[in-house]
Design a protein around this ligand. Structure first.
Ligand code: GAL
Length: 735
């Protein structure tokens, strides 16, 4: 038989075809993963960062799908010459049938923070018995308000009070035991010779002098571990963020207020509501259109519903005439009626969600096909941003709505790995059109993971517990994440004010009124709002809300500085107090206060409280409202009224505050008053650029150095940005 006939038999032909498909399905590794076959030697990869390689790591990990290259320039600028902060010889690694595990040394008094966005946990070594350690199970979750470690953004990165950080490069649902396990050692330590009696004593007796961090990674037969030097916790966090590619910078309008309208409204009602908000002179930059813009939801068709929105372009034009930047809701699950359904099918997982396909965003093909439809519906119409909903999971639910862990994807990923990375890959896909146009965007997302700091998306949740939302703000910075503790309805007007106050001092000032037809300041009660029964004092409430939103707007120049520093130095714009005062043991457990930028301490209050204790770290402080001076390293009682969130400014700060605008325009120039707080105020740098493009990252940026020396003040502009000026320094004021 001639050779070619043997080749062409059907079985061989199918095998050949499969091989071609396998070669064709190349998962995206945009920024590439450095391959390395070395063993558990600590290998320096950048100043202050080491990698240790254990066993045979899996292919699909967070570093494989990096969103940006490591910021080597930023890392070089940090004080170098650090020594490896963890003794590599004390890290042990084991492979078993169920996966692999690592043991890392811990000291008995060490506190651990991070692991992504957490709304329940803070110091991860604490349990109800004190610092006895706990298990943090990193699972993506749509309702993470439990103490298990579930999260909208579980990240295998932690930072220690001993001043170092650890990142375990895995997308598996790993568990971290933060000192609550006791490996049998060659020489056992005794804790106490006396008999213990109370439960607390018995639990405390488990603590050995040297503790162990056990990292339990299912399935994988190896992992890469990255170690980040301090010497402070903040420097370890900054290194992790620069390793991730640096922090994102919002467009200037992204720092304004976002209002999301009623999901049932079509174009006419949306325009009427948007006009009503303008007439009420409520500051608002971005408008969110919820699922109803599409012909089919859930799942998503990515096609306009022409009954509700007969003229999409006309609608957008009218919204733009009112100066709104637009954001559109979607989720990734692609409805059978979507024009891309058939083309997308081979590039999707083998299970449906809400009867829709789950695109494998790790493949170039799924990205291309998915974007084609999103381009035609949204991006070609110059929509400024999107909300990427429901890309999370229900790990402990008996009735999960998303794809199962057993799902398979064309790239070779299984459901577990895909669930960890789904939000990241979705964000990357939807960021692409903006990157191509050199435009900034500012979107929302409900799931993320490690190395996410370069992505211009802010996390949000439906869980709606005010205290948890505040804790989320204190926590997000440890892992380079952003968080929108959104507000919609409330139990009372006081509850509404208190929630809104936290929203104002967050990464995204978001009013997510998706299920109410009227603005919440007309009626905070959901049922009554649905029936358009307004509160008798709604005018007064609206006036107070306007004041609060204006307060947010006055902080835009200051907060923009914090984001620019996030970008170049990795310093999170919102931070738990322990990051700024690591030596002050009292800050270790404070999860209801945080720093907003460099010099403002925010201590939110909650509905029903008439007073709260506020811990002010060492130094002197000034009450933002009364300007009273307060000595730090001190706990004070505050009794701020419901419209005044407790705020404290650091002694020695220059605090630039702008005359609030209702929205940011391409040529907005902020009228800035520089407040000189206390004695010898330090310098402050304002960042100026076009506010919307990425040209700032290529040097088209000005820096305005503000300096105060006694009666002499100066504002010196330098840099290469030549567009409209963003700031006019109107005056200098002693605080
Ligand atoms: C939820 C989301 C809400 C809202 C809603 C619309 O999943 O968390 O913010 O968008 O869907 O159906």
């Amino acid at each position: 038989m001639p050779l070619f006939q043997t080749w062409l038999n059907p079985a061989t032909a199918i095998r050949l075809l499969l091989l071609c498909v396998a070669l064709w399905v190349t998962p995206i590794a945009v920024h590439g993963k450095e391959s390395d076959s070395s063993t558990n030697q600590a290998k320096p990869i950048a100043p202050g960062i080491w990698r240790l390689h254990f066993g045979n790591p899996e292919r699909f990990t967070p570093t494989f799908f990096r969103s940006a290259d490591m910021d080597k320039v930023g890392l070089k600028k940090m004080a170098s010459g650090q020594t490896m902060p963890v003794d590599a010889a004390k890290i042990s690694f084991q492979v078993s049938d169920r996966g692999c595990s690592l043991q890392l040394p811990m000291t008995s008094s060490e506190s651990i923070y991070g692991f992504g966005l957490h709304t329940e946990l803070f110091d991860m070594t604490r349990s109800e018995h004190g610092q006895t350690g706990r298990r943090v199970s990193l699972k993506p979750s749509d309702s993470p308000e439990n103490e298990l470690g579930e999260s909208h953004a579980p990240a295998p990165f932690y930072v220690s009070s001993e001043g170092y950080g650890i990142f375990v490069d895995t997308a598996r649902f790993a568990s971290f035991h933060t000192g609550n396990v006791a490996p049998v050692r060659k020489t056992m330590e005794t804790t106490s010779s006396e008999a213990q009696t109370s439960t607390a004593e018995l639990y405390r007796a488990r603590i050995q002098r040297a503790k162990t961090m056990l990292v339990d990674v299912p399935t994988a037969k190896g992992v890469d571990v990255y170690v980040f030097a301090g010497p402070t916790m903040l420097e370890a966090v900054e290194r992790y963020i620069l390793f991730s590619g640096g922090g994102t910078v919002p467009p200037l309008w992204g720092l304004g207020v976002q209002y999301r309208g009623y999901t049932k409204y079509g174009a006419a009602e949306t325009l009427a509501l948007a006009a009503r908000i303008r007439a009420a002179r409520m500051p608002c930059d971005a408008w969110g259109v919820e699922p109803g813009w599409q012909s089919k939801v859930y799942s998503s068709s990515f096609v306009w519903d022409t009954n509700r929105f007969p003229d999409p372009n006309g609608f957008l034009q009218e919204m733009r005439a009112m100066q709104y930047k637009m954001n559109f809701w979607e989720h990734a699950f692609t409805h059978p009626t979507s024009p891309i359904y058939d083309e997308l099918k081979p590039w999707s997982g083998d299970y449906l969600v809400w009867n829709g396909l789950v695109p494998d965003f790790s493949t170039t093909q799924a990205r291309r096909i998915f974007l084609k439809q999103n381009d035609s519906a949204l991006f070609n119409r110059k929509v400024e941003s999107v909300k990427l909903d429901e890309c999370d999971y229900q790990p402990e639910s008996a009735t999960p709505w998303s794809f199962p862990l057993a799902a398979k994807f064309p790239s070779g990923m299984d459901g577990e790995v895909m669930h960890s990375l789904f939000g990241l890959l979705y964000q990357q896909t939807m960021w692409e059109p903006y990157q191509k146009k050199n435009m900034r965007t500012w979107g929302l997302v409900r799931n993320s993971h490690a190395l996410a700091s370069p992505l211009p998306y802010v996390l949000y949740s439906d869980s709606y517990d005010a205290r948890c939302y505040t804790r989320g703000l204190a926590n997000a910075g440890f892992s380079g994440l952003l968080w929108a503790p959104e507000v919609r309805t409330a139990g009372s007007i006081a509850d509404f004010y208190r929630r809104l106050e936290t929203v104002i001092f967050s990464h995204d000032a978001l009013i997510n009124a998706w299920f109410i037809p009227n603005p919440p300041w007309d009626q905070v009660d959901r049922k009554k709002n649905e029936h358009s029964e307004f509160m008798p004092d709604r005018q007064a409430v609206a006036d107070n809300v306007r004041q609060l939103l204006r307060l947010r707007m006055s902080f835009i120049p200051y907060f923009y500085t914090a984001f620019n520093e996030y970008h170049s130095t990795g310093k999170p714009p919102i931070r738990a107090l322990i990051l700024d005062w690591p030596a002050d043991a009292k800050t270790r457990q404070i999860d209801d206060e945080f720093m907003f930028g460099d010099s403002l301490l925010v201590a939110p209050m909650f509905a029903g409280e008439t007073n709260r204790a506020v811990y002010l770290p060492p130094g002197s402080w000034y009450d933002f409202w009364t300007h009273a001076r307060i000595t730090g390293e001190n706990t004070i009682e505050v009794t701020n009224s419901v419209e005044q969130i407790p705020l404290f400014v650091k002694n020695g700060a220059l605090l630039p505050l702008a005359e609030p605008v209702e929205f940011v325009k391409p040529d907005t120039c902020f009228d800035v008053t520089v407040n000189m707080v206390g004695e010898r105020p330090a310098d402050f740098t304002l960042y100026e650029d076009d506010g919307v493009s990425t040209a700032f990252a290529r040097g088209e940026q000005n820096q305005i150095k503000l300096r105060a020396n006694g009666d002499k003040h100066s504002a010196q502009r330098s840099g290469n940005y030549r567009g409209p000026e963003r700031y006019k320094i109107n005056g200098w004021k002693t605080f």
